[in-house]
Design a protein around this ligand. Structure first.
Ligand code: NAP
Length: 488
């Protein structure tokens, strides 16, 4: 293992960003019993390093130090908090190449995508650093001799549980608004991709984030999760991950009545009407489907194409997919990296086989799997009862469904318990508006496959979650209102 570790360090400008310890109470620590979790590179399954398998008692240490650090932090001026976040933002930008490389090594996505994620991650730190200065409550209009003032106060100690598919952005999208609002946060990253979170913590420490205010506790998800959830000191949990685990955490939070933000799974429909600019639509489909090898919560899971343009869209997509290079994310020519693990590969395989058994056909390359790397698959004539229509595939498979009318496609699009994102491609503004309003989801892309930015609210409805991240809504999730009534 030593040889591999030396390789990782040699790949970085600053080897200290590759941290193999947890960051608790401002200290870099091992597990109390010295146990570790090995982390592999999903491309070739080589071990790239290890992180401590922290124990429940260490979660308690993190909670206690967060409580004391938070009290001082919340008393600081919002300008001082903003300055610390600005310094963190600068350090993330200065170290973007190392952060991207660490991400590709543990997550697999191509280096250029990892770099885009670092920019996206940094944008939350910058945006919420600026937003900290604009926080305010309000004063109501006088009512006789009654006066009412509404204060905004930090929620207190908060926790975050983050997934492997966006190992940096899902950390900063939670930590930045929490710190800006005056909260402390304890992060439990996915055991598959802990190094990105730890590198961000190392930079936060250098930026002057006080010890204990932001901890990263690595270890067994259930043990760390339980430690965070049963504590009454932890007032809020922000979770991004699967709907099944989100529901479990929601139930576990009931006893201490925690505030919750849940960013859960999706099953996004994308609709192309006859009147769409087909080249724009095809670019939107490719961008929203194949980014991160299709392992994105807002990925197009089902593409509905109106019958008059169906064959043309299918051919155009097949042409774009020809010659796409898949493989090791560190290779600059690679556009699609490996899937995260063998379970993810099996799911893709089962979705393709199920669709084929129900009469769908593959256009272009057959399903080709090499380890965890899969060539993009285009499925045409997929029936609406195929598994791929109802379950999130989380892989590079694009199923095309045919439809005739606007009313029919709205019904198909909404026939899912999920409601995260939807996409519509049409040159008819009234139709695009009507369909956007009819979609049961939290975000709609109109003639675009890109729908996330730091300044805009992000989140879903139905089984896709609760609350919003991003935008001014994202910081409100870390603020409580206190109403003061004065009698003159
Ligand atoms: P996951 O299995 O639910 O894991 C997410 C996080 O929860 C990981 O840190 C995981 O830890 C942790 N976890 C698992 N079991 C737990 C337990 N019993 N108690 C406490 N924590 C637990 O989801 P995933 O497969 O990593 O992520 C993919 C899912 O996330 C997809 O459904 C995707 O749509 C969704 N997602 C949603 C959004 C959004 O904004 N809506 C964004 C990105 C992803 P370990 O990994 O260490 O086990």
């Amino acid at each position: 293992m030593k040889l591999v570790l030396e390789c990782v360090s040699q790949m970085l400008n600053d080897p200290k960003l590759f941290c193999q310890k947890a960051y608790i109470s401002g200290e870099w620590v091992d597990a109390s019993d010295d146990q570790v979790i090995l982390v592999n590179n999903p491309f070739d399954e080589s071990i790239i390093g290890s992180v401590p398998a922290c124990k429940a008692i260490q979660v308690n240490d993190a909670i206690e130090s967060a409580q004391s650090a938070q009290q001082d932090w919340a008393r600081m001026s919002s300008i001082a908090r903003s300055d610390v976040l600005a310094a963190w933002y600068e350090l993330i930008c200065q170290n973007q190449d190392d952060l991207a490389r660490i991400m590709t090594l543990e997550q697999g996505k191509p280096l250029h995508e990892a770099l885009s994620e670092i920019h996206y991650a940094a944008s939350f730190v910058r945006w919420y650093g600026e937003e900290a200065r604009r926080l305010s409550g309000h004063v109501m209009q006088p009512d006789g001799d009654h006066r009412v003032v509404v204060l905004k106060e930090a929620v207190g100690v908060t926790a975050a549980i983050t997934p492997w598919n966006f190992p940096s952005a899902m950390v900063t999208r939670k930590v930045a608004p929490a710190l800006a609002a005056g909260c402390a946060m304890i992060v439990k990253p996915s055991e598959l991709t802990p190094f990105s979170a730890l590198a961000l913590a190392a930079l936060a420490e250098r930026a002057g984030v006080p010890p204990g205010l932001f901890s990263v506790v690595t270890g067994d998800a259930r043990e760390i999760g339980e430690g965070l959830l049963k504590s009454s000191i932890v007032r809020k949990l922000s979770f991004t991950g699967s709907t099944a685990i989100g529901k479990y955490l929601m139930a576990q939070s009931a006893d201490t009545v925690k505030r919750l933000t849940l960013e859960l799974g999706g099953n996004a429909p994308l609709v192309v009407f006859n009147d769409a600019d087909l080249d724009v639509a095809v670019d939107g489909i490719i961008a929203s489907k194949f980014r991160n090898a299709g392992q994105t919560c807002v990925c197009t899971n089902r593409a509905y194409v109106q019958s008059e343009v169906y064959d043309e869209v299918c051919l155009k997509i097949a042409k774009k997919l020809e010659g796409i290079i898949v493989g090791n994310g560190l290779d600059p020519a690679v556009a699609i990296g490996p899937l995260i693990n063998d379970m993810a590969v099996s799911k893709v395989k089962s979705h393709v086989e199920d669709a084929l058994s129900r009469g769908a056909r593959i256009v272009g390359d057959e399903l080709t799997i090499n380890g965890r790397v899969i060539l993009p698959v285009l499925l045409a004539d997929v029936p609406s009862d195929a598994l791929i229509a109802t379950e999130e595939t989380f892989g590079p498979v694009l199923p095309l469904f045919r439809f005739e009318t606007e009313q029919e496609v709205i019904q198909l699009a909404n026939a899912t318990p999920f409601g995260l994102a939807g996409y519509v491609f049409s040159r008819d503004v009234s139709r695009a508006w009507r369909v956007s309003e009819a979609f049961e989801c939290g975000m709609v892309g109109i003639n675009t496959g890109a729908i996330s930015m730091a300044s805009a609210p992000f989140g879903g409805i139905k089984h896709s979650g609760l609350g919003r991240e991003g935008g001014s809504a994202g910081i409100e999730e870390y603020l409580e209102m206190k109403t003061l009534h004065f009698h003159l």
